[in-house]
Design a protein around this ligand. Structure first.
Ligand code: F6R
Length: 610
């Protein structure tokens, strides 16, 4: 949440910073700002409420020649989204800071600073940082040691960059709980909260560890660990195309990412599913030995990733034959849970920086788990660096706030996990053979499911004036209904709830009328007859239904019942395939409603605060 960019260069940096912000806008988009140091002891700070484009227009008529600067795009936590609360925040005309995270003790720090005569010009928690820097700077030899002293006073999470107009050839960076990378150029260095911001200017990055601070100049980067000891954080080349964050001709990132799914799944399978098996090191060296001992799997995740975990629970218990629990990370981290004997902790996360999931991992490390495994999409992320075993999803950057390809790639990885655990335990060869075959078929089956875009587009008009919708599924399709409801509400702002279809008559049926569209995911499986009875119960109440069915389900469209037929596929991959039409449904409904598909209100990608 929130995006940070910084640069110390030998060329003007304003455009680099604004371009970086635009590439980070998915992380927050309620206000943006930039500070450029002019090199002669002054600084220009320009901030605007709204998206980065508004800031870019405000900057367009002025030529900034400064070669050092910091910039930020914000997702409001403390203080309303407004120009006054936009970053950078400053103390006097000298110190400027951009910050991601939350300073939990900001009230106490603010009171003390006010008593000392500091006047606050924003409602943010961040402003205390910059006044503290101002207050402590006379007592320390340089900016880095001042920032280090200030961080001792902060409780909470931060990734921050500090600029001093009187020292224009350096920036100081610090991280605790919010990611920061350093980008390496020729006689220039960059800082960002995500490497994606800097791909047009460098591919070489080092990642700061928890508690690190860094002193960044044109010529050098010096990194210090939490105790102030200088350390080396290796710089590596980052294998990603600069256009990875372009829309590639699609109207929205979300639509692009929906259509990228066959390729993303091909990439995730590549080299990992072959010769009729999942390769022994697909989940990291030593994972087979670990899996052979696993007796229970505890999955922890948030949002869409949690929904993927809920599907996996069905697969793990049915096909691997061991117990599995799935819990929302924000709940898991604050309760005393029972750790089953031989438990493997699995975190699922697209970003790898979700604060609650990360906290859950750190908690689990103090408990009696066999090991932790993360299924994650971001190689530089905290989850990847802190987990014992890593499955890198290789879905490519996901920019649309509503997760699509990350979900289907997570499911693919989770099905592979089931195969890998069965292999390690030498059980259920029938399932293994069937799953491997279905996985290899998956990219093509998804390609086929993508042809549903047009038929679903024509349904969207029927949803656009509705205020509520119900999504129903049974078994491993119930979490797909949950995911469909989440997608619809987050980008079209239609209130949507998912129910296990059998649960309907225990309450929610009271809501059903002609104004409550009911969406059903109905593949042809052993629960289809039960589901058909549930559908009849709903229809008898005058509801309008949309059924996503298997072509051999024999559903016919008729008044009040719209049927979208999916090609028949192996039952193991139907949860993955049935999520595609639901992605389209939410996308096209949002399009009709004219909402901001990629940057829905109040949301941001990568939830790095609790
Ligand atoms: C919904 C969505 C969120 C994320 C959730 C977890 O479309 O994107 O619900 O799934 O914030 O994020 P990650 O997977 O990055 O941990």
């Amino acid at each position: 949440m929130c995006g940070i960019v910084g640069a110390v260069s030998n060329r003007p940096v304003c455009d680099i910073l604004v371009d970086g912000l635009q590439r980070l806008e998915y992380r927050g988009y309620d206000s943006a700002g930039v500070t450029i140091l002019d090199g002669a002891g002054s600084a220009s700070c320009v901030k605007r409420q709204g998206k980065v484009g508004i800031l870019a227009s405000a900057l367009a008529d002025t030529q900034f020649n400064g070669t050092t600067g910091i910039a930020h795009t914000r997702w409001a936590t403390h203080g309303a989204p407004s120009e006054r609360n936009a970053h950078p925040h400053q103390s006097g005309e000298r110190f400027f800071v951009v910050h991601n995270g939350i300073i939990e003790n900001h009230d106490d720090l603010r009171d003390a600073l006010v008593r000392d005569g500091y006047v606050f010009s924003s409602d943010t928690d961040t402003e205390v940082i910059v006044h503290l820097i101002h207050q402590l700077s006379p007592h320390y030899a340089d900016l880095r040691s001042t920032v280090q002293a200030v961080t001792q006073k902060l409780q909470g999470a931060y990734g921050m960059v500090v600029a001093d107009s009187q020292s224009p050839d350096e920036l100081v960076v610090s991280r605790s709980g919010s990611p920061i990378v350093i980008g390496y150029g020729e006689n220039e260095h960059f800082i960002a909260s995500d490497p994606l911001a800097l791909l047009p200017v460098t591919r070489r990055f080092s990642v700061l560890e928890e508690g690190d601070s860094a002193h960044v100049t044109r010529e050098a980067v010096r990194v210090f660990d939490v105790s102030g000891v200088e350390v080396i954080r290796a710089a590596n080349d980052f294998d990603m195309k600069s256009d990875a964050s372009d829309k590639a001709g699609y109207k929205h990132y979300m639509l692009k990412e929906i259509f990228e799914q066959p390729e993303a799944i091909r990439r995730t399978l590549e080299g990992r599913v072959q010769s009729g098996a999942v390769s022994a090191d697909a989940f990291g060296a030593g994972s087979q030995a670990l899996f052979s001992q696993v007796k229970h799997i505890q999955i922890v995740a948030c949002g869409t990733s949690y929904n993927a975990g809920m599907v996996a629970r069905h697969w793990i218990e049915q096909h691997v034959g061991i117990s599995c629990s799935v819990e929302i990370a924000s709940e898991f981290r604050y309760r005393q849970s029972f750790v089953h004997d031989g438990s493997l902790l699995v975190t699922l996360s697209q970003s790898g920086e979700t604060a609650d999931t990360l906290a859950a991992l750190r908690l689990a490390q103090s408990l009696n788990y066999l090991a932790s495994l993360t299924i994650c999409n971001v190689v530089t992320s905290s989850l990847v660096r802190e987990s014992d075993f890593v499955y890198l999803m290789k879905a490519g950057p996901e920019i649309g706030v509503a997760s699509t390809k990350a979900f289907t790639v997570q499911l693919t990885a989770l099905l592979m996990l089931c195969v890998a655990v069965c292999q390690a335990k030498q059980t259920n060869q029938t399932f293994r053979d069937e799953a491997v075959e279905a996985l290899l078929q998956l990219p093509e089956s998804i390609q086929q499911a993508l042809t549903l875009a047009e038929p679903i587009k024509s349904l969207a008009d029927k949803f656009a004036d509705k205020h509520h919708a119900l999504f129903l599924g049974r078994g491993d399709q119930y979490p797909i209904a949950m995911e469909g409801a989440l997608k619809l509400k987050e980008i079209s702002y239609i209130h949507a709830e998912a129910y296990a279809a059998g649960e309907l008559k225990h309450g929610p049926l009271a809501l059903v009328d002609a104004d409550m569209p009911v969406v059903v995911v109905a593949p042809n499986n052993e629960l289809l007859d039960k589901l058909k009875s549930n559908i009849e119960e709903v229809r008898a109440r005058g509801s309008v239904m949309y059924v996503f069915a298997d072509s051999d389900d024999h559903f016919e469209s008729e008044p009040g019942l719209d049927v979208v037929n999916m090609a028949h596929a192996n039952h193991l991959i139907t949860p993955i395939l049935f999520s595609i039409p639901l992605q389209f449904l939410s996308y096209y409904v949002a399009l009709v409603k004219g909402t901001d598909v990629d940057q829905p209100r109040n949301l941001a990608k990568s939830v790095t605060v609790e």
